[in-house]
Design a protein around this ligand. Sequence first.
Ligand SMILES: NC(=O)c1ccc[n+]([C@@H]2O[C@H](COP(=O)([O-])OP(=O)(O)OC[C@H]3O[C@@H](n4cnc5c(N)ncnc54)[C@H](OP(=O)(O)O)[C@@H]3O)[C@@H](O)[C@H]2O)c1
Length: 239
Amino acid sequence: MTRYACVTGADRGLGYELVKQLLAHDYTVFAGRYHVEWKLLDDLRKEHPDRLVLVDLDVSTDESVAQAAAFIRSRTAILEVLVNNSAITGDNVSTIADPLNFDEMLKVYNVNAIGALRVTNALYPLIVAGSKKLIMNISSEAGSIGNCYRKGWFAYCSSKAALNMMSAITHNNLKEVGGQVILIQPGWMKSWLSGKYHDEAPLTPDIPAAKLIGIIESPETYKGNSPAYIDYEGNPLQF
Ligand SMILES: NC(=O)c1ccc[n+]([C@@H]2O[C@H](COP(=O)([O-])OP(=O)(O)OC[C@H]3O[C@@H](n4cnc5c(N)ncnc54)[C@H](OP(=O)(O)O)[C@@H]3O)[C@@H](O)[C@H]2O)c1
């Protein structure tokens, strides 16, 4: 039977690697496309013309999410897993003593927190219809209030904390029908997050992506009353 997955923000970085590895595990993948000039997904599609489906998806607007969800619904009634991966960072320098850009903060919340909820909300019936009923939200250690040490990163950290709370509420619904939400800290990765390539990071995104596939294939290990909030190796984080 065909197993369907959906990954947001899949043009590059972790999202792209997850798409690649889900394809390698025989999933048919709806890959959310946002950065259309970036051509990795087009090349990958040549290798998997039947199982890689590119979907224009800007998680920050109701209209784009509604259109993408309608397209996905026209192709399947069931999604085994939704991975909410899209994110932006915003200003990561200013402290409380500096002028802060509140409009930019709202944009970061809209992508990182509300964006994930918007997509989840639109695709929820398809997830409930699946056997895994799994939502994997790519969070960060930056979303932990208990372990907060930064003096800046207001938008990114608080957007990930909000994502964690939205995930807890969604999990409370999903667990009643046998599903779950898992929150992931993927590690410090070489990626284009925040618009420039972070070569100084220790991990290439394929490494956490491979571990996340293992978690997607055996999510029962992480079932609980609250969503699991774990790093890519499965170690728990403090909310
Ligand atoms: N890199 C790290 O060290 C690190 C650490 C902890 C957590 N994370 C999390 O891991 C996830 C993947 O990040 P990454 O490092 O792979 O960075 P990335 O390559 O920048 O991935 C994020 C993707 O989301 C896309 N995106 C931005 N705005 C969007 C929108 N409105 N709608 C749809 N997609 C949008 C980005 O497109 P653009 O490239 O055009 O912006 C990009 O393709 C994120 O949730 C991030 O917060 C990363």
